[in-house]
Design a protein around this ligand. Sequence first.
Ligand SMILES: Cc1cc2nc3c(=O)[nH]c(=O)nc-3n(C[C@H](O)[C@H](O)[C@H](O)COP(=O)(O)O)c2cc1C
Length: 374
Amino acid sequence: MAIDLSITVNGMKFDNPFVLGSGPPGTNGKVIARSYDLGWGGMVCKTMSLDASKVINTAPRYAKLRARSADEVIGFENIELISDRPFEDWIDDLTQLKKQYPNKILIASIMEECRKEAWQEITRAVQATGVDGFELNLSCPHGMPERKMGMAVGENPDLISEVVGWVKEVATVPVWAKMTPNVGNPVVPAHAALSAGADGIAMINTILSVIGIDMKTLRPMPTVEGHSVPGGYSGQAVRPIALRQVMEVARAHPGVEISGIGGIETGHDAAQFMLLGASTVQVCTGAMLRGYEIITELKADLEKFMVDHKFGHLREFIGKSLPYFTTHHDLGERQRLAREAKEQARATSKGARALDAQTWQGDIAAESSKLVTN
Ligand SMILES: Cc1cc2nc3c(=O)[nH]c(=O)nc-3n(C[C@H](O)[C@H](O)[C@H](O)COP(=O)(O)O)c2cc1C
């Protein structure tokens, strides 16, 4: 059976749905080129801004949560900011990449101060490099909100509408809005973005967290000069939260293009996001922990899933599990009806068995009387 992993989303044709998510895996042109060579379907590069001199990163800026009984990393926290590389370097890298890899999808993640001129300036400048699309980072949960950027915008539907509207006024390529999971109802910000013209939704960014305390020093981690800040949680542990948020937005906006993100490390993880409505998936922490080479395994796993279920193309199963979500009240009703139906069936079969037994006893009696007569 021929399996086709390619998919066209908002006019962008991806060889396969596996996209490297914004972060360390897409930190410069050289590593992005390597990811294309290894077979990734697309790349959302590390978020850039016009003035990188305002971005001051710390060391350390990562911390890991390990499983109790093994060494496996199940959760990951970072306090990394957006890219601290000069904007001009990014412009050179993006221009070069589009020349070298015209058929590979390159999405620029951008973030700016909450001013129309700034957002429109960065959109115009980056667009001139030939990128295929934009992802608006409205969701970084640490550091940037102190400058009224990132999640400070993404948690406020009015600001989301404004920023998306400004970008859409000048963008000639598709625009995805990357949402924060640090809100009660993810449908509200997604709705604001789509109403303002966003072509798709990328979700989720990291979850605000405190990964733990160093039990020797009693200082929170990651510890920078003895101190810390809450950071962004990612990796396997966030997947159930991301799946739920994707599901909610997909159900509220049927057919909308969603790029599913959060703890994806296998082809089966990816398939689950797609079953809940995502048309592409992004991998960040998984690639940091296991290397860009996991793309081979991701594609093979997804293909196997498709063969097992006889799906030839991704669109055949995107959103397929969505109809099976309902209200808790409805679950109770379904359970009551199923029990009643079972009891009814049991009663019917008991009646039938009693009838069978009667007939059988009748037959025996008739046979016995025949024997006596004979
Ligand atoms: C170290 C690190 C840096 C990140 N930097 C960015 C960023 O610059 N822009 C952005 O939109 N998301 C950033 N993210 C968030 C990821 O793109 C992704 O949304 C999140 O980590 C969840 O996916 P994952 O579990 O596959 O990592 C970063 C994540 C990590 C772990």
